[in-house]
Design a protein around this ligand. Sequence first.
Ligand code: NAI
Ligand code: MG
Length: 338
Amino acid sequence: MNTSKTKDKYQIAVIPGDGIGREVMEATIHVLDALDIYFDYVYGEAGDECLEKTGTALPEETLEIIRNADACLFGAAGESAADVIVKIRQEMKMFANLRPIKSYPNTNSLFDNIDFMIVRENTEGLYIAGEESYTDEGAVARRIITRDAEKRIIDYAFRYARENNKTKVTGVHKANVLKKSDGLFREIFYEVAKDYPDIATEDFYVDATAMYLITQPESFEVIVTTNLFGDILSDEGAGLVGGLGLIPSANIGEDGALFEPVHGSAPDIAGQGKANPIAMMLSAIMMLRYLGENEAGDKFEKAILKLLNDANTLTGDLGGSASTMEVAGEVINNLNGD
Ligand code: NAI
Ligand code: MG
């Protein structure tokens, strides 16, 4: 067996956070250490415990660690999550939120042939602080669509498709009603598509898409959409494939990227070694692919697939009784071809 680590060395910011964030992070690092890649981990603090200890949920030092790293792995924060993760996304200008929706065996997935990526615009739309206010009549929120931001996210989606052997990108909007803002989104979608003649395109209204996700989820490969629609459709996608313990995500910016499970700190099971580490591990796999380490990413994912297929070493949420670290141990066994 050749265990010499020959590849480039990556600096990874590691922010375990609170509760099960720490447990799933430990398990994931354990598996990363078994790969043939050098990682230089720099740990940063953030979250509720950090707030209690230092008076801030996201110290400047932690942001600096993220800025200096090639990529960041984030576990989960507790009650302070909004102050931590939303702030990191803004500070690092992470414009793309990626949520892969994929069915795995021996899970609560409603279908067994789902595999698509939701690429959500993360910086504008209806979610800009300061664009919501009270009026005499009630309240109003402005929805902002800029050419630059939409072009950037749509281009990202097409590039993602090309680099990941996907054949089609679906643009999702509501241009029949929001004729100007979403009309512009649709226009830019087809403009960008011209640069990717190898990728097929289609566009749907968001309400129709919500239905198609139930009636023909297998037909989607990459969905690109604005902020709020992406938020809603990605939770629908999570529901389709079942279980928070299995859903990873990525936040990508021009200067950095952060990979995190979609779940939170799960105080109800924290400290008991019961957390399913697979969402965190799948997030780490997204990081490997982001770094261009596709071979390692494929190998890691295959090891998880084998674990799910064998169904001998599953955590409680998947009907098993294995501990978080037992799952990590079994994934490592699978990596080594046992
Ligand atoms: P949660 O995701 O922490 O837990 C929801 C339910 O799913 C719980 O019953 C939990 O035990 C279960 N669960 C979640 N992840 C699991 C895993 N890996 N394995 C097995 N079971 C798992 O969401 P909840 O309860 O709404 O929030 C708990 C705390 O987490 C709150 O303080 C919230 O603010 C924070 N949170 C943080 C997020 C982040 O850091 N990005 C995201 C969501 C919530
Ligand atoms: Mg959401």
